[in-house]
Design a protein around this ligand. Structure first.
Ligand code: PEP
Ligand code: MG
Length: 899
């Protein structure tokens, strides 16, 4: 007994598919594939779609599972669907006097452009060709269609090499002195067909056999290498299968009143509300996508075919309103009649994604909430991608290094060495760590792995909707295509541009934002966030999010950048960074090495006004917002010269002494320093005298820091600045540490305020970055008025792995072998570290209900970790100023998802 399922749905049977999937549209897309579902949906809303039917993804999966065998009644159902199409079109499949021709295309749930197979013009054979010539009187067109079928069938279905077919065509083009195949005379095309049939002896004359074999080829292409690689890169599941869409052929190459094109309802690069795309009069779809003939812009269609353009524009608006999303459409005009072949959500750049989301919301098609959900944190990240610096670009232009221009199809600046094929691009990037620009005549689906490994993509051919452009945009790779000035010589691995020779391995720079190509490696800069649509979108995100977004900033300039990017506080100022400044380091070293109390006090007195100024600058920049300043954290040896350097220096000095040089004073100093360094040396400094432990051992140092903080706060508050300092004690593991250190420091804060005669609103708190602190959070919260999770150390200490070494050591193997699914230093390990955090929040707030809890480890800028922080009820996340916009969006998305 076979499986009696319905395996085939006509485009006019979308209701039945919907019923089968329990009313779920996502289910229909899963069943019929994105393309099939859309064709059926377009048919339902009255868009002119050539009749056809879809063989489901379930059939594909059953076919592959059964070892290449159609399931149940699938083929009988397909044949009866074909009968229905014959009725709808009034044409008959395989009937020479009035033939129906069909296309057979793949269509998975998620779009995988060009990754699987397509066969066009199915139904043509020797007899049908003769009949069609009689019917339409255009033998050039008929034999051009026929040779396309044999060629595609040969390469796609029979798996033959494409070169022999191309060679035949090129021979005929040369002979007839034409530069494109469509211009060959009919007799030549007839001969080409015969030559092709010799190259593809298994090409079947029976149209039903053609259809069956093409269907099987599409099913099998799901497991092809390029489809498999693409799914890995795009994170698409491997078990979804592809549907097969069999659809009446309509022809854009039936004369000057015929055309074909691809167009987006909005500009896919900028997001502007303007139809953008390519079209060609008297051509078939593949001519447009492959970029083999120079295409025309849709604006030209408005001039050359005004009535049809208007009709297309109305349908485009209609579809965009229906799907509430920018659409990417394929169309054909056959003898003056417009047909829509396909529509899908259009791929776009990050800039366009933001603008389109905001515009759609402002046009009332979607809500602000939808708009915030439509843009990914990665796309916001892309706004922060490098662009060429103005100076570097000017210098390059002045030096004549701007060598070519092309289409700006995917924005951003990319710099790398030229690699002329995908395998080399991948090898150079992955194995040799080189930055690569992949340069090709045009890209094909087989090139995707190289494109992913490259910094940017440059092609000679192709338009805005070419394969290179689509893939580059999807993966945020800068790309310039259609650079006709490139003369690529694959045999000699070089290209010639206007007389300049560029060899494989030479540096070039490309600007995908405006479409320019430069010789050499240009300097890049991070742009600022002035895009008005992004500002609006992030403003909406702020309305939805409940998590605060703060920044980690050590200097006033960082703080200003953080404010510009929308930070609402500083979650971490690492004060030790200020000690590392070159003019301060000798004073810091004196403070650490001296045996004399007096000298130590002097050193601290020198540091005090410097620190005070640092903090005052931060408070001024963060007027009205909290500023968390962390007391010194690293072990003291980090401020001193390395032990190994000192022993080397000492040996040198001893040699000089033996040679009679007078270096006695230097020798004594080096000896002293070495002794001090030796005394401070620890086997595991990250687990040694650092953080609060150091503060307890050297209370004068942390007292000086607190004095500097509170004095600065008093001073700027008298200037009228609204200051909220929060003093953070690092690396606490036991409540008694906090009790001891905080008591001393609070007393100092009070003294300073009395001296200054000013009251400031301050808090004391601690980092939670040791598991014991998280576990005993209830006790810790008796002292701490705030917690900040230091997830860098908390991850290190929870796993017991070194944050400094692991990421370049065994962690790489752990990740590649799947022992850990994710790098815990990039995304919080929820079951382990996350559990400790959950417990600490709960216990801390049980003791102190108004306890402020945040995070300042690197995870504070990671969208997945931000989601965890939202769920745990943290007050804020704190991250690098550059990631603040990403965190604002991610926090809003978490708030919307978990509403
Ligand atoms: C942390 O440990 O997460 C933290 C923010 O502190 P640092 O990285 O300075 O140790
Ligand atoms: Mg830490």
């Amino acid at each position: 007994m076979g499986d009696e399922r319905k395996w085939v749905y006509g485009f006019d049977e979308v209701e039945a598919a919907e019923a089968y999937m329990g009313g779920s549209w996502d289910g229909v897309r899963g069943l019929m594939g994105g393309k099939g579902a859309n064709l059926a949906e377009m048919t339902r809303v009255g868009v002119p779609v050539p009749p056809g039917f879809t063989v489901t993804t379930e059939a594909c999966n059953a076919y592959l599972k059964a070892g290449a065998k159609f399931p149940g009644e699938m083929w009988e159902q397909a044949l009866s669907a074909l009968k229905h199409v014959e009725e709808q079109t009034g044409k008959t499949f395989g009937e020479a006097s009035n033939p129906l021709l069909v296309s057979c295309r793949s269509g998975a749930k998620f779009s995988m452009p060009g990754m699987m197979d397509t066969v066009l013009n199915i139904g043509l054979n020797d007899d049908v060709a003769v009949g069609m010539v009689k019917l339409i009187g255009d033998d050039r067109f008929v034999y051009d269609s026929y040779r396309r079928l044999v060629q595609m069938f040969g390469t796609v279905v029979l798996g033959l090499e494409s070169e022999p077919f191309e060679e035949v065509l090129s021979e005929y083009r040369k002979h007839h002195k034409v530069d494109n195949d469509a211009a060959l005379p009919p007799e030549a095309l007839k001969e080409v067909v015969e030559r092709f049939k010799v190259l593809a002896p298994a090409f079947p004359q029976d149209p039903i056999d053609q259809l069956r074999l093409a269907t099987e080829a599409v099913f099998k292409s799901w497991n092809g290498k390029r489809a498999f690689d693409y799914r890995n890169a795009a994170k698409i599941a491997h078990d979804l299968g592809t549907a097969v869409n069999i659809q009446t052929m309509v022809f854009g190459n039936m004369g000057m009143d015929s055309a074909t094109g691809v167009a987006m309802t909005r500009d896919a690069t900028t997001g502007e509300d303007h139809i953008e795309g390519d079209f060609l009069i008297n051509a078939q779809g593949e001519d447009v996508v492959a970029g083999t003939r120079p295409t025309k812009a849709m604006d030209d269609m408005a001039v050359e075919m005004p009535g049809l353009y208007e009709e297309f524009r109305a349908i485009a608006k209609n579809l965009e309103n229906h799907y509430r999303e920018m659409q990417d459409m394929e169309f054909t005009v056959e003898r003056g009649k417009l047909w829509i072949l396909q529509t899908r959500d259009g791929k776009r750049t990050a800039q366009a994604a933001v603008r389109i989301a905001v515009d759609l919301a402002e046009e009332g098609l979607i809500t602000k909430e939808n708009a915030v959900m439509k843009v990914t944190p990665d796309q916001v990240d892309f706004f922060l991608h490098p662009q060429f610096s103005v100076e570097a670009k000017k210098a390059a232009v002045d030096a004549g290094s701007q060598i070519a221009t092309g289409l700006n199809v995917s924005p951003g600046a990319a710099v790398g060495v030229v690699a002329f094929d995908a395998d080399l691009a991948e090898k150079w990037s992955k194995e040799d760590g080189k930055k690569v620009i992949m340069v090709r005549p045009e890209t094909k689906p087989d090139d995707v792995h190289g494109m992913l490994a490259a910094q940017g993509i440059l092609t000679k051919l192709g338009g805005r909707t070419s394969h290179a452009a689509l893939v580059a945009r999807q993966f945020g790779k800068p790309a310039v295509v259609g650079v006709s000035a490139l003369d690529i010589d694959m045999a000699n691995r070089q290209m010639n541009v206007d007389g300049k020779v560029i060899n494989e391995g030479d540096w070039i720079s490309i600007d995908g934002t405006i479409g320019e190509v430069f010789l050499g490696a240009l300097d890049t800069v991070i742009p600022d966030l002035s895009d008005p649509w992004l500002s609006k979108l992030l403003g909406w995100a702020d309305e939805f999010r409940t998590l605060g977004v703060w920044a980690n900033a050590d200097y006033p300039l960082d703080a200003q950048r953080a404010r510009q990017n929308g930070a609402e506080g500083i979650g971490l100022c690492r004060t030790e960074h200020m000690f590392f400044e070159p003019e301060r380091i000798p004073v810091v070293q004196k403070m650490i090495t001296t045996e004399s109390d007096e000298e130590r006090r002097q050193a601290l007195d020198t540091l005090l006004p410097l620190q005070r100024e640092d903090f005052a600058g931060l408070f001024r920049a963060m007027d009205g917002y909290p500023v968390i300043i962390r007391l010194i954290d690293p072990p003291l040896h980090e401020f001193l010269p390395a032990f190994e350097d000192l022993t080397g220096e000492l040996a040198q000095l001893q040699i000089k002494t033996a040679a009679g040089d007078d270096v006695a004073a230097q020798l004594a100093d080096t000896q002293d320093m070495l002794e001090r360094v030796e005394a401070l040396r620890e086997a595991n400094p990250m687990l040694g005298t650092r953080g609060v432990r150091l503060g307890i051992m050297m209370p004068d140092l942390t007292k000086m820091q607190v004095r500097a903080i509170i004095e600065a706060a008093c001073i700027v508050s008298q200037e009228g600045v609204d200051v909220h300092p929060e003093v953070m004690i690092p690396l606490t593991s036991h409540v008694n540490e906090l009790k001891r250190q905080q008591t001393v420091l609070e007393a100092e804060a009070k003294v300073v305020m009395e001296e200054q005669g000013v009251d400031v609103d301050y808090k004391f708190g601690t980092m939670i970055e040791i598991p014991r602190a998280a576990i005993t959070a209830a006790e810790i919260a008796e002292y701490a008025q705030f917690f900040s999770f230091g997830t860098n150390d908390l991850t290190q200490t929870t796993f017991g792995i070194s944050r400094d070494d692991a990421e370049s050591g065994f962690l790489i193997d752990y990740l590649s072998e799947g022992i850990l699914a994710e790098n815990p230093f990039a995304s919080i390990d929820e079951p382990g570290v996350g559990k400790l955090m959950e417990w600490a929040v709960e216990q801390g707030r049980a003791t102190r209900p108004d306890l402020e809890v945040g995070i300042c480890g690197e995870h504070g800028g990671d969208p997945k970790s931000i989601d965890l922080c939202h769920r745990l009820g943290l007050n804020y996340v704190s991250c690098s100023p550059f990631r603040v916009p990403i965190a604002r969006l991610a926090a809003a998305q978490s708030a919307i998802i978990h509403k």
